[in-house]
Structures are given as structure tokens and as C-alpha cells.
Write a protein that binds this ligand. Structure first.
Ligand code: PAF
Length: 284
């Protein structure tokens, strides 16, 4: 694996490989890599000849009171994991490389409505930061395919929309959420959990799964389902931002015709804000 910091160097290197007919995949990350990221790299390797992984802790997607400064940075461990999983190129740009004009002066990608609901309501500007940096990374790397974890379901929907609306010729794929044996979704922010919070954390997946079973069984009183789950999370020590049943295509409140549902939650405990979701497909 080679490590490249400058966008110009990366472009030069990728042009050589592209001209040899090699298919390129991008896995964008913010580092502090874990088994969830490793599975995205494995998926990328099965789809392309060259796997580029970017590590960039994007300041634009953090609010003023969020954890940009504390966000875990583990460059040596990240490199080892990427080598073990066969990534070809690690792209590690600086903030200056990505926002040479300065953050406040650069173009912003905003996805109306989708960026303002659910997590967007609690993290204003977050998804503008995500959509902007991902559009920028896709422009630098010009990959055939880019892969993002489904744990960040709303993020994936926003990236799909940005790519469609801006005619970016990259295929966007989701990677299945990797979970610990107790159901807790792998996340860099799990590091913020102390032992008692870690013991409480699997309640998120339990509540999502039990809501999913109710929907599969035909229950359609979504407000009641959300209320029960919110209570369960509060009893386990969480402060839920939201627990919501949505149509998986539109992320709107389900319509009577909805067949594919997603149940999403974001809940705070101690210093951590954890997000997760489960999808439910009812009969066609
Ligand atoms: O999911 C993440 O790690 C980030 O939001 C992403 C997609 C790499 C953009 O900074």
C-alpha cells in the first residue's frame, strides 16, 4: 500500500492505473478504523482492481460544540488494518488540501429537505459538510464505485442524492453494518463509552429489532412503536434525539403503500451520540 497526501499526486498515480484499464473503488473514512471499515475495504476489493481508502477528519461536518478535536485519530493502527485488508492506496489529505480557500469560502453541497430531517435537525450543517467533502473526494479520485456503511443510513441517502443531482458518474454502494456479538453497531464513537454505558449500548439494536418485528407483523401505529422504543432507551440511560419509522426510499413518514421501511435512531449517552438503523422489507 502506498500513502499519498496531495490530491495532485493521487490523480497522477490513479491516471496511470486507470489507463491500464484498472477499475477503481473508493472507501471514504475519517480513520480510527474498525471491523466495519475493514468489511467495506473487503467489499471494495471484490468489486475493483484498485482500492483507495481516504482518511480525512472533515472539520466541515462537525458543529462548533461537537467532537472534532477529540475525534479519535489512530494513524498507525489504521495503516496496519488497511495493509492487512489489501487496500492499495491510502489517501490522507490535509485540511488545506481539501479546503484551500478556507472552509467559509468554499462551495457547499446542500441537499434540500433530506439534510434537514432526523440527524440534520439535531446537527445543523452536518450533512452539508458530508455532502461537500464526499463530492470533493469523488472529484479527486474519480472512482468507478464508492462504498459507504449503511449504519449511516441518512448519510448514504444524501450521498446518493448528491451524486444523482450533480451527475457524478460514480456508482454508490452501501456496506452492511458490522455488529458486536451483543448487537452494538461498530462505530469509532463507541470509544467514548465507559463500561456501564457500553453495557447499556446494545439496547439500541434490541429496540430497533423489536420495532422491526412489529412492522413485519403488520403493526402500523408508528407513533406507538416509537413511543415504546423511546421509553426503552430512556430506561437504559439514553437521551434519544429521535427514534423514527420511515420509508426507506424517501426517508419520509411511511405512506400506506410503503413496502420498504427503515427504523432509525440517534441517542446520547455520556459523551457519545450513537446512531443505528434496521431495515424491514414487507411482502412485495
Ligand atoms: O462516514 C464517515 O466516516 C464520514 O462522514 C465520511 C463519509 C467519510 C465523510 O467525511
Amino acid at each position: 500500500m502506498i500513502v499519498i497526501e496531495s490530491p495532485a499526486d493521487l490523480r497522477r498515480e490513479l491516471n496511470v492505473r486507470r489507463n491500464q484499464g484498472r477499475r477503481i473503488a473508493l472507501v471514504p473514512t475519517m480513520g480510527n478504523l474498525h471491523a466495519g471499515h475493514a468489511s467495506l475495504v473487503d467489499q471494495a476489493r471484490s468489486l475493483a482492481d484498485e482500492v483507495v481508502v481516504s482518511i480525512f477528519v472533515n472539520p466541515l461536518q462537525f458543529g462548533p460544540n461537537e467532537d472534532f478535536a477529540q475525534y479519535p485519530r489512530t494513524p498507525a493502527e489504521d495503516e496496519s488494518l488497511l495493509i492487512a485488508h489489501g487496500a492499495h492506496i491510502l489517501f490522507r489529505p490535509t485540511v488545506q488540501d481539501i479546503y484551500p480557500r478556507g472552509q467559509g469560502e468554499s462551495a457547499i453541497v446542500h441537499i434540500p429537505h433530506l439534510a434537514e430531517i432526523l440527524c440534520g435537525e439535531f446537527r445543523p450543517g452536518h450533512f452539508d459538510g458530508v455532502a461537500t467533502v464526499v463530492t470533493k473526494l469523488l472529484g479527486i479520485v474519480q472512482p468507478d464505485v464508492a462504498i459507504f456503511g449503511e449504519k449511516d443510513f441518512q448519510q448514504l441517502a444524501i450521498i446518493r442524492r448528491a451524486v444523482a443531482d450533480l451527475s457524478v458518474p460514480t456508482e454508490i454502494l452501501g456496506g452492511t453494518t458490522v455488529r458486536e456479538a451483543n448487537g452494538l453497531a461498530m462505530s469509532s464513537r463507541n470509544r467514548y463509552l465507559d463500561p456501564s454505558q457500553r453495557a447499556a449500548a446494545p439496547q439500541i439494536f434490541r429496540s430497533l429489532s423489536s420495532a422491526g418485528k412489529k412492522i413485519s407483523a403488520g403493526e402500523r401505529d408508528f407513533a406507538a412503536i416509537e413511543q415504546v422504543a423511546t421509553g426503552e432507551l430512556q430506561n437504559a440511560g439514553f437521551k434519544p434525539d429521535y427514534f423514527s419509522v420511515r420509508d426507506a426510499e424517501s426517508l419520509l413518514v411511511p405512506a400506506p403503500t410503503t413496502k420498504r421501511f427503515v427504523i432509525l435512531t440517534a441517542a446520547r449517552i455520556g459523551k457519545a451520540r450513537l446512531i443505528d438503523n434496521v431495515q424491514v422489507q414487507t411482502s412485495p
